[in-house]
Design a protein around this ligand. Sequence first.
Ligand code: BV8
Length: 254
Amino acid sequence: MSLEDLAAHLRRASRLTVLTGAGISAASGVPTFRGAEGLWRQYRPEDLATPAAFHRDPILVWEWYAWRRALVGKCRPNPGHDVLARWSRERRCTVVTQNVDDLHHQAGTEGVIRLHGSLWELRCAGLPVPGRTRRRTGVCDDEWRDDRVPFAETPPRCPQCGGLARPAIVWFGEALRDSDLRAATAATRCDLFIAIGTSAIVHPAAGLLHDAKRQGAVTAEINPVPTPASGIVDIAIHGAAEDVLPRLDLLLSF
Ligand code: BV8
């Protein structure tokens, strides 16, 4: 199956869902999780993006996120993001993303379902800043956006209780927000489901393609290399998102 086959399905689709992973932001300069450039110092994301890591060493985890915010803050959407943003407005396309870089939002994509939150949003961790006290116990219901790079103070603090803030991001071992999971599950009821730039390893995101297939959707994948999903999709396009999506979009204009 080829790009023209995928374009033909895109023309016919009345409901299109796209699941994106770190690969769609690679061309914008955002490191992927499992690419060679994805590592930070000697750590793996699975070692740092966990509640246990944050409880053990919140300063180290915040150093990792501060490094990512400083890097991602300089990145801009690439042509792959721009095509999906237009499709979200013109082609009844729902974008479900695993990424926390907010580049789909920056590209003007409507109705993005952010499964894992955002680098730019924080919430109360329900913990004291190491060596300090808090004005109350429990977790404040506050969640707020803070785009400052660097933060006014590190680690950033909850404005309500003066305790430790944490990234409003879903870590490994944490449940996704019910509302996001419901929205993503609803989006698997579609004619065409395309997974773009994801290693198809992390669940429940990686299961969405299987859900769509079970409900009768045509499934496709856009990735330079094979993934665990390559063997089950109807159409596997081996290529970079920032190249393939504009070529697909051009085919749709004929
Ligand atoms: C959950 C935010 C249950 C963090 C992320 C043991 C204990 C607990 C849970 C588990 C466990 N074992 C397994 C699990 C489930 C676990 C999981 O799936 N683990 C994996 C490692 C097996 N999942 C979870 O923990 C989830 N929660 O299960 O909760 C629960 C229920 C009730 C109550 C309590 C608990 C939560 C998972 C979310 C983790 N957070 N991100 C942060 O960013 O700081 S995950 C993170 O990695 C990403 O968000 C993404 O989801 C995931 C994978 O990354 P990808 O996006 O795929 O990127 P990757 O680098 O891997 O691949 C890039 C791809 O792009 C490659 O294929 C490459 O070829 C391609 N590419 C490169 N360049 C391009 C390109 N493609 C196109 N164009 C290019 N130019």
